[in-house]
Design a protein around this ligand. Structure first.
Ligand code: C5P
Length: 258
């Protein structure tokens, strides 16, 4: 049971092994299916020509297509990153983690900003479930720069706030974080090799940034210590998604051999 009244959080034994990462670039590339519905996904996936293993289901798709979308993707052999960015009171998030655990996703996000008790309750819920996804705490969104962050009342720089949130998460047992490439070297040194660091805001050289602020190329993010890269629009909105994916995988492969 989640104890909402406890004021201290004993770290939970809840680990995820970054060392277990596959050696191929495709094992470390997550394609964000930021698409409006299941039909769009079914039309899109053949255009990838079987090059990707990991797919991210975010809010847009999950709200439209629901849990059956996750089952459909895992049933087709994909590993699924369920990016729901949970942020609520500890009891509600713990219950949501339990509900999500039955869907078959491998990774699930929640906002570190929910605080240590929320993270602890979520970890406790995951530990109690037989097939829970690895929990990832989102630190500071890659779309936030210093100005955006300051507007929310946080006076630290994004890199400092990422470190604050990661240290808070580590203290309660969290072993997976989402951060930008700019903070990855620092977080890797703080968190160690076993922690999963998932890095969005990936843009091949010359690609449009869109709303992303803290960005890096695929090679740069891997060299800084990212476990997984998340790429959405540069692939999903490409004229030729298979060619775009192949180029990113080739860049990743080269970086992994350095
Ligand atoms: O299209 P783009 O490559 O910018 O997509 C990035 C994806 O990663 C989006 O689905 C977004 O929701 C997700 N994401 C992010 N920043 C985070 C966490 C997740 O951009 N901190």
């Amino acid at each position: 049971m989640t104890d909402q009244h406890s004021t201290t959080n004993t770290p939970l034994e809840y680990s995820t092994s970054s060392a277990a990462l596959g050696r191929h670039a495709a094992d470390r590339l997550i394609v964000a299916l930021d698409l409006p519905d299941a039909r769009s996904v079914r039309q899109f996936l053949p255009r990838m020509e079987g090059q990707c293993k990991w797919l991210k289901v975010g809010l847009e798709l999950f709200i439209a297509a629901g849990p059956s979308m996750v089952a459909e993707l895992t049933g087709s052999g994909y590993s699924v990153f369920l990016d729901l960015k949970l942020h609520d009171i500890p009891n509600t998030v713990a219950s949501a983690v339990k509900s999500a655990s039955s869907l078959g996703a491998s990774l699930l996000t929640l906002h570190a900003g929910g605080g240590p008790q929320m993270l602890h309750s979520a970890l406790e819920a995951a530990t109690s479930m037989p097939q829970a996804p690895t929990l990832l705490a989102v630190t500071v969104l890659t779309s936030m720069n210093a100005q955006q962050l300051h507007a929310t009342g946080v006076t630290q720089q994004p890199s400092e706030q990422v470190e604050t949130l990661a240290r808070m998460g580590l203290a309660v047992g969290m072993r997976g974080f989402v951060c930008s490439a700019e903070e990855t070297t620092r977080l890797r040194s703080i968190c160690g090799a076993e922690t999963t660091l998932v890095v969005p805001g990936i843009r091949p050289a010359g690609a449009t940034l869109g709303d992303q602020q803290r960005v890096a190329t695929p090679a740069d993010a891997l060299q800084r210590g990212a476990s997984f890269l998340v790429v959405g629009r540069p692939i999903v909105q490409a004229v030729d998604p298979a060619a775009a994916t192949a180029a990113i995988l080739a860049e990743m492969t080269a970086a992994m051999q350095l």
